[in-house]
Write a new protein. Structure first.
Length: 264
């Protein structure tokens, strides 16, 4: 149950989301008081925005998976946000830069669950792997709706706002992923043919499967579980590329494949 202050925060964020506005200028009275409050607000927002056209929740994203970013934000663990159906885009899509505050492109390993995960007990990386049906190279679209002042707006507000999430694109299905060392694969983000960012699967919590296990345990603590068919974005390899209008963008993950988009 949300407090009156938490509900006011949720409605304020919903209004900003639905109008395409940033969270810059968020009144101090509307900011979540804690991480626990932030996840309560996010849970309320998933329903509120779903009813307003975002559609059902189709999965989760995991953010702040690198030690450097966690140190910058003063966090000991990543953060998570749900993903709605409206955020899914097709490979090769052309997006408009003006539809975002500041669009970031993250090269990620995405996983589709074949079985439920979490809800009770502690989930290990091995448990997580057994629940995965397929793996994809993927782009997560992230939006800096905070004016770059992450410490100023506060981590709880970012969590409540779905942890930067703005959409996702799945590349080809990799069904024989169990033969691949996902911790060793190299991911590259290119814009207009130039390498902008590169990293490895191990940059994500030591291994993408460890990232998935973390999420399962986090949602268990929230009284939820990951459901069969849900998509999980396991974290950026290792940082986002902040895109600009006119960019032709491609991410490539070794042994998994490529995904592209254009930005008008």
């Amino acid at each position: 149950m949300l407090s009156d202050a938490e509900k006011s925060c949720a409605e304020w964020i919903a209004g900003r989301r639905l109008s395409g506005a940033s969270l810059v200028g968020m009144p101090a009275t509307h900011r979540p008081a804690s991480e626990a409050a932030a996840y309560r607000i996010q849970d309320f927002l998933r329903t509120r925005l779903g009813e307003a056209g975002y559609g059902p929740v189709v999965g989760w994203k995991i953010g702040v998976t690198t030690p450097q970013m966690r140190a910058h934000l003063g966090l000991e663990a990543p953060i998570a946000g749900v993903m709605h159906a409206r955020g899914r885009r097709e490979p090769g899509v052309t997006l408009r830069a003006t539809d975002f505050c500041r669009l970031g492109i993250e090269c990620e390993v995405a996983m589709v669950l074949g079985a439920a995960l979490g809800g009770a007990g502690t989930v290990s990386a091995e448990d997580a792997a057994r629940a995965v049906a397929a793996v994809h190279p993927a782009i997560e679209l992230v939006d800096d709706r905070y004016g770059g002042d992450y410490l100023g707006i506060g981590v709880p507000a970012i969590i409540a706002d779905f942890a930067f999430h703005a959409g996702f694109i799945l590349g080809p299905t990799v069904e024989d992923w169990r033969r691949i060392d996902l911790g060793a694969v190299k991911g590259v983000t290119r814009a207009n043919g130039v390498v902008r960012c590169e990293g490895f699967g191990r940059d994500v919590q030591g291994h993408p499967m460890m990232s998935l296990a973390w999420l399962a345990n986090r949602v268990t603590a929230l009284g939820q579980r990951l459901e069969p068919g849900q998509i999980v974005m396991t974290g950026s390899l290792p940082v986002p590329y902040w895109a600009a209008a006119g960019d032709a963008i491609e991410i490539e993950i070794e042994k998994l494949g490529r995904v592209s988009l254009n930005l008008a």
